[in-house]
Design a protein. Structure first.
Length: 213
């Protein structure tokens, strides 16, 4: 068979389908597809409206209550979760970069690291929720904790969707490593765009809930 698959540590699928190791993209092209950008921009607009309500309508008239409630949150835990997500986002970016260069094996490894850190974020956030509930701070405690649980729950939902996205990407890359198909770079980029949005949202939520005085 002329087009016989030869094992290649930089991605067997690239040899099988007669491609070079580097995946070129048009200059100045936008990563991913337009659909993911429409979703991300729409999602950010919705969150921006929520942040405005939080700051202007609820926090501003009740600053003393919000400041006192804020002191019950753990800044070290929030900071740790921020560092976890930032590192995860870095691994996802490195994964996309490696896939573009044709090194799908490394790309699969990096996206696996990114997903594992995403799971670590959820574990740490679950522990924080557990600690708050045990201390008596629940969603009905006051306006601050209502926003705290709503914002962090919405973000956790985004993280879960992002992890599903990363699993799909990992399977895509593993298929490329095994020579099943050529990886769809646009899919990897779309997943990266979504995961970076999740990271950016957490930075905003962390700043609003844990840092703003």
């Amino acid at each position: 068979m002329a087009n016989r698959l030869r094992k290649n540590p930089r991605g067997a699928a690239f040899e099988r389908f007669g491609l070079g190791c580097h995946v070129a993209r048009p200059r100045n092209s936008v990563p991913g597809e337009i659909d993911i950008w429409v979703f991300v921009i729409g999602d950010m607009l919705i969150f921006s409206a929520y942040f405005a309500v939080y700051l202007l309508l609820d926090r501003a008239p009740n600053q003393a209550l919000f400041l006192e409630s804020q002191r019950q949150l753990s800044q070290p835990l929030g900071t740790a979760n921020t560092l976890i997500l930032l590192t995860s986002s870095l691994f996802v970016a490195l994964s996309v970069q490696a896939a573009r260069a044709g090194d799908v094996r490394t790309a699969a490894r990096f996206v696996g690291f990114g997903g594992a850190l995403g799971v670590g974020f959820l574990v740490l956030k679950s522990y924080e929720w557990y600690a708050k509930v045990r201390a008596g701070y629940v969603i009905t405690s006051n306006a601050f904790f209502m926003h705290y649980y709503m914002l962090t729950s919405l973000h956790v939902a985004h993280v879960l969707v992002g992890l599903v996205f990363l699993i799909v990407i990992w399977r895509e890359l593993r298929g490329a490593v095994e020579g099943v198909h050529v990886p769809r770079i646009a899919l990897l980029e779309a997943g990266g765009v979504y995961w970076h949005m999740v990271d950016f949202l957490w930075i905003l939520i962390f700043s609003l809930l844990y840092l703003v005085r």
